[in-house]
Design a protein around this ligand. Structure first.
Ligand code: BDR
Ligand code: CA
Length: 311
């Protein structure tokens, strides 16, 4: 199994990603680090614990990290995820503990102690924790096998501004650090995730599992998708973050290109834009694999099969 660290800001789609990881023997979740993003840190760290308990894995290590981006005020997304970040079903407060150590310190300690190229980082939110760790302890790069993140968009444009996707927009300086880090990087942009839509039959498949996890996942998606349905008349919501975990389990579901991607950190108009050199016209060195397409039916089949394994 691949050792992974999930860095996240739950978020309904983050929650589904965590469930998928905890249900899958191909990945070994060393810990979950939380960051401010969709909602403030006090809620994201709590939400991560709610999800671990739902998965029946209260022994999972959950850490709280940075509560604000590196050089900008926090922008949140309650308009999509609701006031708690996990709006939809009724949720009880978690009883499993939050680890005392700061998430960034734990990431640094864990990677320093890990063999070369033995840990994969899976960021599902703004990149503040990861960039802070890389800046403070650049030697940890040696232990990173790959970074697989959800963020950015190119042909799809942006979802928080016309030019920028939420995770990159919230902390563009952090994203710039990660994209320039020189570690193997795989990116799931909106170009992919906007094809992974929660259509009625797909949500019914969650509900029909007849389990607590199935019911909660259906209720989360019901809430989450109202935004896209009302606003854009689309068939359902994009289930962004679980694509990162699905890629670890079944990489053939995705296709993309090894290209150069630069992050805009200066212009207010295009702040957080992921300028993707899809046609390789810049002459700049490729720094990531930028995915462009997904087998959406295969992705939802995997998700349903795996979530059904949890209680
Ligand atoms: C990303 O932003 C968040 O709202 C989602 O959880 C996802 O990580 C999509 O732009
Ligand atoms: Ca997220």
């Amino acid at each position: 199994a691949r050792n992974i660290i999930i860095d996240t800001d739950p978020g309904q789609d983050d929650a589904v990603a965590i469930l998928l990881a905890l249900a899958s023997p191909e990945v070994n979740v060393l810990g979950i680090t939380t960051v401010a993003g969709n909602v403030p840190l006090a809620l994201t760290q709590k939400n991560a614990r709610i999800v671990c308990e739902l998965a029946g894995k209260p022994e999972t290590l959950v850490f709280a990290g940075c509560d604000a981006p590196m050089n900008r005020p926090l922008v949140t997304a309650e308009h999509v995820h609701g006031k708690t970040g996990l709006d939809g079903p009724q949720l009880a407060d978690p009883t499993m503990p939050l680890q005392e150590q700061h998430a960034v310190d734990w990431i640094i300690d864990t990677l320093r102690a890990a063999p070369e190229k033995s840990v994969t980082l899976c960021p599902l939110g703004p990149l503040t924790n990861i960039a802070t760790a890389l800046t403070r302890a650049p030697e940890i790069k040696a232990a990173i096998e790959e970074i697989i993140l959800m963020g950015g968009g190119y042909f799809e444009g942006g979802n928080i501004t016309p030019a920028a996707e939420f995770n990159i927009y919230v902390d563009p300086v952090a994203a710039d650090i990660v994209f320039k880090a020189g570690v193997p990087l795989t990116v799931m942009p909106l170009d992919v995730t906007h094809k992974a839509l929660t259509t009625r039959p797909r949500v019914d498949a969650f509900r029909n599992m007849g389990t607590e996890v199935g019911r909660m996942t259906a209720e989360w998606t019901d809430f989450f998708e109202r935004f896209d349905k009302e606003k854009y008349g689309s068939e359902g919501a994009p289930l962004h973050d679980p694509t990162v975990i699905a890629y670890l389990i079944k990489p053939d579901l995705f296709t993309g290109r090894h290209i150069n991607v630069e992050i805009e950190t200066q212009s207010e108009l295009t702040m957080g834009m992921t300028v993707a050199d899809w046609w390789r016209v810049s002459g700049r060195e490729p720094n990531c694999t930028f995915m462009g397409d997904i087998d959406a039916d295969g992705f939802f089949a995997l998700l349903t099969e795996r979530l059904a394994r949890l209680g």
